[in-house]
Design a protein around this ligand. Structure first.
Ligand SMILES: Cc1cc2nc3c(=O)[nH]c(=O)nc-3n(C[C@H](O)[C@H](O)[C@H](O)COP(=O)(O)O)c2cc1C
Length: 439
Protein backbone atom coordinates (compact mmCIF):
# COMPACT_ATOMS: atom_id res chain seq x y z
CA UNK A 1 0.00 0.00 0.00
CA UNK A 2 2.83 2.41 1.04
CA UNK A 3 4.78 1.35 -2.01
CA UNK A 4 1.78 2.13 -4.27
CA UNK A 5 1.39 5.57 -2.66
CA UNK A 6 5.11 6.29 -3.21
CA UNK A 7 4.88 5.24 -6.86
CA UNK A 8 1.84 7.51 -7.39
CA UNK A 9 3.68 10.46 -5.81
CA UNK A 10 6.74 9.81 -7.96
CA UNK A 11 4.60 9.65 -11.09
CA UNK A 12 2.97 13.01 -10.28
CA UNK A 13 6.39 14.62 -9.61
CA UNK A 14 7.72 13.17 -12.83
CA UNK A 15 4.78 14.61 -14.79
CA UNK A 16 5.30 18.04 -13.18
CA UNK A 17 9.00 17.87 -14.08
CA UNK A 18 8.20 16.89 -17.70
CA UNK A 19 5.68 19.74 -17.96
CA UNK A 20 8.12 22.42 -16.77
CA UNK A 21 11.15 21.15 -18.60
CA UNK A 22 9.50 20.44 -21.96
CA UNK A 23 6.99 23.25 -22.32
CA UNK A 24 7.90 26.26 -20.22
CA UNK A 25 11.70 26.36 -20.17
CA UNK A 26 12.27 26.02 -23.91
CA UNK A 27 9.68 28.70 -24.60
CA UNK A 28 11.28 31.11 -22.19
CA UNK A 29 14.90 30.43 -22.43
CA UNK A 30 16.61 27.65 -24.16
CA UNK A 31 16.19 29.09 -27.63
CA UNK A 32 17.96 32.31 -26.67
CA UNK A 33 21.52 32.16 -27.97
CA UNK A 34 23.89 32.48 -25.05
CA UNK A 35 27.30 31.92 -26.55
CA UNK A 36 29.97 33.58 -24.39
CA UNK A 37 27.74 33.66 -21.34
CA UNK A 38 29.39 35.95 -18.80
CA UNK A 39 28.80 34.92 -15.19
CA UNK A 40 25.85 32.74 -16.16
CA UNK A 41 23.91 35.53 -17.78
CA UNK A 42 21.23 35.94 -18.94
CA UNK A 43 19.50 35.21 -15.63
CA UNK A 44 15.95 33.96 -16.02
CA UNK A 45 13.44 35.59 -13.66
CA UNK A 46 9.85 34.65 -14.46
CA UNK A 47 9.30 35.77 -18.04
CA UNK A 48 12.42 37.98 -18.10
CA UNK A 49 16.07 37.40 -18.96
CA UNK A 50 18.30 39.84 -17.14
CA UNK A 51 21.07 40.70 -19.59
CA UNK A 52 24.76 40.73 -18.64
CA UNK A 53 26.24 44.16 -17.83
CA UNK A 54 26.88 46.21 -20.98
CA UNK A 55 30.42 46.65 -22.21
CA UNK A 56 32.02 50.07 -21.64
CA UNK A 57 32.80 51.49 -25.09
CA UNK A 58 36.05 53.27 -24.59
CA UNK A 59 36.59 55.07 -27.88
CA UNK A 60 36.25 58.86 -27.95
CA UNK A 61 32.74 60.08 -28.69
CA UNK A 62 33.88 61.87 -31.85
CA UNK A 63 35.50 58.71 -33.17
CA UNK A 64 32.31 56.71 -32.60
CA UNK A 65 30.43 59.40 -34.57
CA UNK A 66 33.03 59.26 -37.35
CA UNK A 67 32.70 55.48 -37.58
CA UNK A 68 28.94 55.65 -38.19
CA UNK A 69 27.90 53.99 -41.42
CA UNK A 70 25.24 51.57 -42.63
CA UNK A 71 26.10 47.89 -43.06
CA UNK A 72 23.67 45.60 -44.86
CA UNK A 73 25.27 42.16 -45.13
CA UNK A 74 25.90 40.01 -42.09
CA UNK A 75 27.58 36.68 -41.38
CA UNK A 76 25.77 33.81 -39.64
CA UNK A 77 27.87 34.37 -36.49
CA UNK A 78 25.56 34.95 -33.55
CA UNK A 79 25.53 38.20 -31.60
CA UNK A 80 26.69 37.34 -28.09
CA UNK A 81 24.68 38.18 -24.98
CA UNK A 82 27.26 40.77 -23.99
CA UNK A 83 27.15 42.41 -27.42
CA UNK A 84 23.35 42.48 -27.39
CA UNK A 85 23.40 43.87 -23.85
CA UNK A 86 25.81 46.63 -24.94
CA UNK A 87 23.71 47.58 -27.95
CA UNK A 88 20.43 47.66 -26.02
CA UNK A 89 21.77 49.58 -23.05
CA UNK A 90 23.42 52.12 -25.37
CA UNK A 91 20.22 52.35 -27.41
CA UNK A 92 17.70 52.98 -24.69
CA UNK A 93 19.11 51.84 -21.36
CA UNK A 94 18.25 53.39 -18.04
CA UNK A 95 21.20 54.99 -16.27
CA UNK A 96 21.97 54.93 -12.55
CA UNK A 97 20.37 58.38 -12.20
CA UNK A 98 17.11 57.07 -13.68
CA UNK A 99 17.49 58.89 -17.00
CA UNK A 100 17.52 57.12 -20.35
CA UNK A 101 20.47 57.21 -22.74
CA UNK A 102 18.42 59.52 -24.99
CA UNK A 103 16.64 62.76 -24.11
CA UNK A 104 12.87 63.11 -23.82
CA UNK A 105 11.22 64.56 -26.90
CA UNK A 106 8.29 66.89 -26.18
CA UNK A 107 8.55 65.86 -22.52
CA UNK A 108 8.17 62.12 -22.88
CA UNK A 109 9.77 58.80 -23.72
CA UNK A 110 7.64 56.61 -25.95
CA UNK A 111 10.02 54.16 -27.64
CA UNK A 112 9.55 50.40 -27.34
CA UNK A 113 12.24 48.06 -28.71
CA UNK A 114 11.37 44.58 -29.91
CA UNK A 115 14.27 42.14 -30.04
CA UNK A 116 13.79 39.41 -32.61
CA UNK A 117 15.84 36.28 -31.98
CA UNK A 118 14.56 32.75 -32.46
CA UNK A 119 11.57 34.08 -30.51
CA UNK A 120 10.35 37.63 -29.99
CA UNK A 121 11.28 39.67 -26.89
CA UNK A 122 10.74 43.21 -25.69
CA UNK A 123 13.58 45.18 -24.14
CA UNK A 124 12.82 46.32 -20.61
CA UNK A 125 15.12 49.27 -19.73
CA UNK A 126 13.97 49.23 -16.08
CA UNK A 127 16.07 46.20 -15.21
CA UNK A 128 17.97 45.78 -18.50
CA UNK A 129 16.21 42.58 -19.42
CA UNK A 130 14.49 40.87 -22.32
CA UNK A 131 10.84 40.07 -21.72
CA UNK A 132 9.46 37.12 -23.63
CA UNK A 133 6.75 38.41 -26.02
CA UNK A 134 5.93 35.73 -28.54
CA UNK A 135 7.11 32.37 -29.73
CA UNK A 136 8.31 32.12 -33.31
CA UNK A 137 11.14 33.22 -35.54
CA UNK A 138 10.06 36.43 -37.32
CA UNK A 139 13.54 37.66 -38.19
CA UNK A 140 13.39 37.02 -41.93
CA UNK A 141 9.79 38.24 -42.19
CA UNK A 142 10.22 41.50 -40.30
CA UNK A 143 13.80 41.93 -41.46
CA UNK A 144 13.12 40.87 -45.05
CA UNK A 145 15.43 43.56 -46.39
CA UNK A 146 18.57 42.20 -44.73
CA UNK A 147 19.07 38.75 -43.17
CA UNK A 148 20.73 39.05 -39.73
CA UNK A 149 21.01 37.10 -36.46
CA UNK A 150 19.16 39.87 -34.59
CA UNK A 151 16.48 42.25 -35.81
CA UNK A 152 15.59 45.22 -33.62
CA UNK A 153 12.10 46.64 -34.09
CA UNK A 154 11.89 50.32 -33.14
CA UNK A 155 8.30 51.02 -32.13
CA UNK A 156 6.48 53.55 -30.02
CA UNK A 157 3.60 53.83 -27.61
CA UNK A 158 0.82 55.77 -29.34
CA UNK A 159 -0.78 56.69 -25.98
CA UNK A 160 2.34 58.72 -25.16
CA UNK A 161 3.53 60.41 -28.35
CA UNK A 162 2.57 61.46 -31.85
CA UNK A 163 4.23 59.79 -34.85
CA UNK A 164 6.59 62.70 -35.52
CA UNK A 165 7.97 63.12 -32.00
CA UNK A 166 8.14 59.35 -31.47
CA UNK A 167 10.08 59.05 -34.71
CA UNK A 168 12.48 61.75 -33.53
CA UNK A 169 13.11 59.73 -30.38
CA UNK A 170 13.65 56.65 -32.56
CA UNK A 171 16.24 58.75 -34.42
CA UNK A 172 18.16 59.26 -31.19
CA UNK A 173 17.88 55.58 -30.26
CA UNK A 174 18.96 54.60 -33.78
CA UNK A 175 22.05 56.79 -33.50
CA UNK A 176 23.08 55.02 -30.29
CA UNK A 177 22.58 51.66 -31.98
CA UNK A 178 24.75 52.74 -34.93
CA UNK A 179 27.47 54.24 -32.72
CA UNK A 180 27.64 51.24 -30.41
CA UNK A 181 27.47 48.67 -33.23
CA UNK A 182 30.04 50.42 -35.42
CA UNK A 183 32.34 50.81 -32.42
CA UNK A 184 32.32 47.16 -31.29
CA UNK A 185 32.68 45.65 -34.76
CA UNK A 186 29.01 44.87 -35.37
CA UNK A 187 26.98 46.43 -38.16
CA UNK A 188 23.47 47.80 -38.61
CA UNK A 189 21.26 49.99 -40.82
CA UNK A 190 17.98 51.74 -40.09
CA UNK A 191 15.27 50.53 -42.46
CA UNK A 192 11.79 52.01 -42.57
CA UNK A 193 8.78 51.36 -44.72
CA UNK A 194 5.40 53.03 -45.04
CA UNK A 195 3.73 49.81 -43.81
CA UNK A 196 5.81 49.05 -40.69
CA UNK A 197 7.71 45.79 -41.28
CA UNK A 198 7.26 44.75 -37.63
CA UNK A 199 3.48 44.32 -38.07
CA UNK A 200 3.46 40.52 -38.66
CA UNK A 201 4.66 40.12 -35.04
CA UNK A 202 1.33 41.51 -33.87
CA UNK A 203 1.82 44.59 -31.70
CA UNK A 204 -0.53 45.68 -28.92
CA UNK A 205 -3.22 48.18 -30.08
CA UNK A 206 -1.38 51.12 -28.52
CA UNK A 207 1.96 50.47 -30.23
CA UNK A 208 3.15 51.20 -33.75
CA UNK A 209 6.27 50.27 -35.68
CA UNK A 210 8.68 52.91 -36.95
CA UNK A 211 11.73 51.06 -38.26
CA UNK A 212 13.75 47.87 -38.17
CA UNK A 213 17.49 47.60 -37.60
CA UNK A 214 19.22 44.32 -38.48
CA UNK A 215 22.21 43.65 -36.25
CA UNK A 216 25.09 41.28 -36.86
CA UNK A 217 28.72 40.81 -37.78
CA UNK A 218 29.41 42.56 -41.10
CA UNK A 219 30.55 40.42 -44.01
CA UNK A 220 32.98 43.18 -45.03
CA UNK A 221 35.50 44.51 -42.51
CA UNK A 222 35.50 48.17 -41.58
CA UNK A 223 38.27 49.99 -43.39
CA UNK A 224 38.59 53.66 -42.44
CA UNK A 225 41.29 56.09 -43.45
CA UNK A 226 41.56 59.32 -41.43
CA UNK A 227 41.35 62.24 -43.85
CA UNK A 228 39.76 65.48 -42.61
CA UNK A 229 37.75 67.69 -44.98
CA UNK A 230 40.50 69.43 -46.98
CA UNK A 231 39.37 73.03 -46.75
CA UNK A 232 37.43 74.11 -43.71
CA UNK A 233 36.91 77.64 -42.49
CA UNK A 234 35.88 76.08 -39.17
CA UNK A 235 38.14 74.77 -36.41
CA UNK A 236 39.10 71.15 -36.98
CA UNK A 237 37.16 68.39 -35.16
CA UNK A 238 39.28 66.82 -32.43
CA UNK A 239 38.88 63.55 -30.55
CA UNK A 240 38.00 64.38 -26.94
CA UNK A 241 38.88 62.47 -23.77
CA UNK A 242 35.26 61.48 -23.35
CA UNK A 243 34.44 57.87 -24.14
CA UNK A 244 31.23 57.16 -26.02
CA UNK A 245 29.71 55.33 -23.02
CA UNK A 246 30.62 58.22 -20.69
CA UNK A 247 28.81 60.65 -22.99
CA UNK A 248 25.73 58.41 -22.80
CA UNK A 249 26.02 58.33 -19.00
CA UNK A 250 26.57 62.07 -18.53
CA UNK A 251 24.25 63.74 -21.06
CA UNK A 252 21.66 65.91 -19.31
CA UNK A 253 19.18 68.56 -20.43
CA UNK A 254 18.94 71.96 -18.79
CA UNK A 255 16.93 75.12 -19.35
CA UNK A 256 19.20 77.90 -18.11
CA UNK A 257 22.69 78.92 -19.09
CA UNK A 258 25.20 81.24 -17.44
CA UNK A 259 27.40 82.12 -20.38
CA UNK A 260 26.26 84.29 -23.27
CA UNK A 261 28.50 82.96 -26.01
CA UNK A 262 30.45 79.83 -26.94
CA UNK A 263 33.83 79.47 -28.57
CA UNK A 264 34.22 78.94 -32.30
CA UNK A 265 35.78 75.59 -31.51
CA UNK A 266 32.64 74.52 -29.63
CA UNK A 267 30.42 75.83 -32.40
CA UNK A 268 32.38 73.90 -34.99
CA UNK A 269 32.06 70.63 -33.05
CA UNK A 270 28.34 71.07 -32.35
CA UNK A 271 27.31 71.78 -35.93
CA UNK A 272 29.62 69.10 -37.27
CA UNK A 273 27.96 66.54 -34.99
CA UNK A 274 24.52 67.71 -36.13
CA UNK A 275 24.99 67.02 -39.85
CA UNK A 276 28.62 67.13 -40.90
CA UNK A 277 30.77 64.64 -42.77
CA UNK A 278 33.05 62.16 -41.08
CA UNK A 279 36.80 62.72 -41.22
CA UNK A 280 37.04 58.98 -41.88
CA UNK A 281 36.91 57.87 -45.47
CA UNK A 282 35.22 54.50 -45.79
CA UNK A 283 37.21 52.13 -48.00
CA UNK A 284 35.40 48.96 -46.95
CA UNK A 285 34.10 48.34 -50.46
CA UNK A 286 36.68 47.80 -53.15
CA UNK A 287 34.81 49.81 -55.80
CA UNK A 288 33.33 52.76 -53.83
CA UNK A 289 35.04 55.19 -51.49
CA UNK A 290 32.66 57.13 -49.28
CA UNK A 291 32.59 59.87 -46.71
CA UNK A 292 29.59 59.27 -44.44
CA UNK A 293 27.53 61.86 -42.63
CA UNK A 294 27.23 61.78 -38.85
CA UNK A 295 23.71 60.38 -39.28
CA UNK A 296 21.76 58.32 -41.82
CA UNK A 297 19.17 59.75 -44.23
CA UNK A 298 16.24 58.07 -45.96
CA UNK A 299 17.16 57.42 -49.62
CA UNK A 300 20.43 59.19 -48.86
CA UNK A 301 18.61 62.48 -49.59
CA UNK A 302 20.14 64.52 -46.73
CA UNK A 303 17.53 67.24 -47.18
CA UNK A 304 18.25 69.33 -44.07
CA UNK A 305 19.75 72.75 -43.64
CA UNK A 306 21.37 73.51 -40.31
CA UNK A 307 21.10 77.06 -38.95
CA UNK A 308 22.74 78.57 -35.89
CA UNK A 309 21.36 81.52 -33.95
CA UNK A 310 23.73 83.40 -31.63
CA UNK A 311 23.87 86.93 -30.25
CA UNK A 312 25.80 87.93 -33.38
CA UNK A 313 23.20 86.73 -35.88
CA UNK A 314 22.01 83.77 -37.90
CA UNK A 315 24.33 81.50 -39.90
CA UNK A 316 23.87 78.54 -42.22
CA UNK A 317 26.18 75.53 -42.06
CA UNK A 318 27.61 74.28 -45.35
CA UNK A 319 28.87 70.84 -44.37
CA UNK A 320 30.47 69.74 -47.64
CA UNK A 321 30.67 71.53 -50.96
CA UNK A 322 32.41 70.86 -54.26
CA UNK A 323 32.68 67.15 -54.82
CA UNK A 324 35.80 67.71 -56.85
CA UNK A 325 38.66 65.85 -55.25
CA UNK A 326 40.02 62.88 -57.16
CA UNK A 327 37.28 60.53 -55.96
CA UNK A 328 34.36 62.95 -55.94
CA UNK A 329 34.17 63.62 -52.22
CA UNK A 330 33.15 66.98 -50.69
CA UNK A 331 36.13 69.12 -49.78
CA UNK A 332 34.89 72.40 -48.28
CA UNK A 333 32.93 73.24 -45.12
CA UNK A 334 32.08 76.58 -43.52
CA UNK A 335 29.29 78.65 -41.99
CA UNK A 336 27.80 81.65 -43.72
CA UNK A 337 26.14 84.55 -41.91
CA UNK A 338 22.63 85.06 -43.31
CA UNK A 339 21.39 87.74 -40.87
CA UNK A 340 22.98 90.10 -38.36
CA UNK A 341 21.68 90.95 -34.89
CA UNK A 342 20.48 88.98 -31.89
CA UNK A 343 17.34 87.02 -32.85
CA UNK A 344 17.38 84.63 -29.88
CA UNK A 345 14.45 86.29 -28.10
CA UNK A 346 12.39 85.96 -31.30
CA UNK A 347 13.25 82.25 -31.48
CA UNK A 348 12.27 82.01 -27.80
CA UNK A 349 8.85 83.50 -28.56
CA UNK A 350 8.24 80.79 -31.15
CA UNK A 351 9.42 78.00 -28.82
CA UNK A 352 10.13 78.31 -25.05
CA UNK A 353 11.18 81.42 -23.14
CA UNK A 354 14.36 79.79 -21.75
CA UNK A 355 15.69 79.32 -25.29
CA UNK A 356 16.45 83.06 -25.40
CA UNK A 357 19.16 82.62 -22.72
CA UNK A 358 21.16 80.00 -24.62
CA UNK A 359 24.43 81.19 -26.21
CA UNK A 360 23.64 79.19 -29.33
CA UNK A 361 20.56 77.59 -30.87
CA UNK A 362 20.96 74.98 -33.58
CA UNK A 363 17.95 74.54 -35.85
CA UNK A 364 17.58 71.60 -38.27
CA UNK A 365 15.28 72.75 -41.08
CA UNK A 366 13.84 70.35 -43.64
CA UNK A 367 14.11 71.58 -47.21
CA UNK A 368 10.94 69.96 -48.56
CA UNK A 369 12.04 70.28 -52.19
CA UNK A 370 14.96 67.97 -51.44
CA UNK A 371 12.68 65.10 -50.43
CA UNK A 372 11.33 64.39 -53.91
CA UNK A 373 14.40 63.55 -55.95
CA UNK A 374 13.43 60.09 -57.26
CA UNK A 375 10.74 59.04 -54.78
CA UNK A 376 8.38 61.68 -53.40
CA UNK A 377 8.66 61.73 -49.59
CA UNK A 378 7.48 65.32 -49.22
CA UNK A 379 3.93 64.72 -48.00
CA UNK A 380 2.98 65.75 -44.44
CA UNK A 381 1.70 62.20 -43.87
CA UNK A 382 5.28 60.87 -44.12
CA UNK A 383 6.95 63.74 -42.29
CA UNK A 384 7.83 61.25 -39.50
CA UNK A 385 10.60 59.94 -41.81
CA UNK A 386 12.30 63.34 -41.56
CA UNK A 387 11.62 63.70 -37.87
CA UNK A 388 13.76 60.58 -37.44
CA UNK A 389 16.66 62.47 -39.01
CA UNK A 390 15.99 65.65 -37.02
CA UNK A 391 15.92 63.60 -33.78
CA UNK A 392 19.21 61.96 -34.77
CA UNK A 393 20.81 65.36 -35.44
CA UNK A 394 19.55 66.76 -32.12
CA UNK A 395 20.83 63.74 -30.21
CA UNK A 396 24.25 64.07 -31.81
CA UNK A 397 24.39 67.71 -30.69
CA UNK A 398 23.53 66.76 -27.09
CA UNK A 399 26.23 64.08 -27.01
CA UNK A 400 28.79 66.40 -28.56
CA UNK A 401 27.81 69.14 -26.09
CA UNK A 402 28.45 66.65 -23.25
CA UNK A 403 31.96 65.91 -24.45
CA UNK A 404 32.67 69.67 -24.73
CA UNK A 405 31.51 70.32 -21.14
CA UNK A 406 28.32 72.01 -22.43
CA UNK A 407 24.66 71.21 -21.95
CA UNK A 408 21.71 71.46 -24.29
CA UNK A 409 18.07 70.65 -24.74
CA UNK A 410 15.67 69.61 -27.51
CA UNK A 411 12.83 72.09 -27.84
CA UNK A 412 9.73 71.66 -30.00
CA UNK A 413 8.54 74.56 -32.15
CA UNK A 414 5.13 76.08 -31.40
CA UNK A 415 5.15 78.61 -34.23
CA UNK A 416 6.89 77.29 -37.33
CA UNK A 417 5.73 80.27 -39.41
CA UNK A 418 7.56 82.58 -37.04
CA UNK A 419 10.77 80.52 -37.11
CA UNK A 420 10.71 80.47 -40.93
CA UNK A 421 10.18 84.24 -40.97
CA UNK A 422 13.16 84.76 -38.61
CA UNK A 423 15.35 82.52 -40.79
CA UNK A 424 14.00 84.24 -43.94
CA UNK A 425 12.68 80.98 -45.38
CA UNK A 426 9.44 80.35 -47.26
CA UNK A 427 7.19 78.31 -45.02
CA UNK A 428 5.78 76.23 -47.93
CA UNK A 429 9.28 75.08 -48.80
CA UNK A 430 10.83 74.60 -45.36
CA UNK A 431 9.92 72.81 -42.14
CA UNK A 432 11.99 73.73 -39.05
CA UNK A 433 11.76 70.73 -36.73
CA UNK A 434 13.44 71.48 -33.39
CA UNK A 435 15.47 74.17 -31.72
CA UNK A 436 18.47 72.84 -29.83
CA UNK A 437 19.76 75.43 -27.37
CA UNK A 438 23.27 74.74 -26.03
CA UNK A 439 25.59 76.53 -23.64
C1 LIG B 1 14.33 57.04 -41.88
C2 LIG B 1 15.32 56.22 -42.68
C3 LIG B 1 14.88 55.11 -43.40
C4 LIG B 1 15.78 54.31 -44.12
N1 LIG B 1 15.32 53.20 -44.76
C5 LIG B 1 16.18 52.38 -45.37
C6 LIG B 1 15.72 51.17 -45.96
O1 LIG B 1 14.52 50.87 -45.93
N2 LIG B 1 16.64 50.36 -46.53
C7 LIG B 1 17.98 50.67 -46.57
O2 LIG B 1 18.77 49.89 -47.09
N3 LIG B 1 18.45 51.83 -46.02
C8 LIG B 1 17.58 52.67 -45.41
N4 LIG B 1 18.05 53.82 -44.82
C9 LIG B 1 19.51 54.10 -44.75
C10 LIG B 1 19.99 55.08 -45.82
O3 LIG B 1 19.86 54.53 -47.08
C11 LIG B 1 21.46 55.47 -45.52
O4 LIG B 1 21.52 56.11 -44.29
C12 LIG B 1 22.04 56.39 -46.57
O5 LIG B 1 22.12 55.75 -47.81
C13 LIG B 1 23.45 56.88 -46.19
O6 LIG B 1 24.33 55.82 -46.00
P1 LIG B 1 25.16 55.66 -44.64
O7 LIG B 1 24.14 55.51 -43.53
O8 LIG B 1 25.96 54.41 -44.83
O9 LIG B 1 26.01 56.85 -44.46
C14 LIG B 1 17.16 54.66 -44.13
C15 LIG B 1 17.60 55.79 -43.42
C16 LIG B 1 16.69 56.55 -42.70
C17 LIG B 1 17.18 57.71 -41.89
Amino acid sequence: MREKHFLKKAAVLFLIFIFFSSSILPVLGVKYSSKNNKDNYPILIGQEFVLPPPQFIDIPLEESIMRRMSMRNFTEDPVTDEELSTILWSAYGKRDDGRYTVAKINGSHSVVIYVLLEDVYKYNPENHSLVFYKEGDYRDIVGWQYHAPVQLGLCWNTDIASANYASAECGAVGQNIYFAANSIGLGTVITAELEPAIEPVGLPDNEKGMGVMPLGHPVIDYNFVYRPIYISLLPRIKFSDMAFTTALEERIEISSWENDSISRDDLSHLIWASYGYSYYIDKSKSNVVKRHHTLPSAHGYYPFRIYTVTKYGISRYFYGLFNIDFIGLPIVSFILRTAFGDKRSEIAEATESFVGDAPICIIPVLSIEKTIEWDDLSNESVRWIWYYEAGAAAHNVLLQATSRGLTGNIVTIKDKDAVCAILKLEREKFDPMFVIPVG
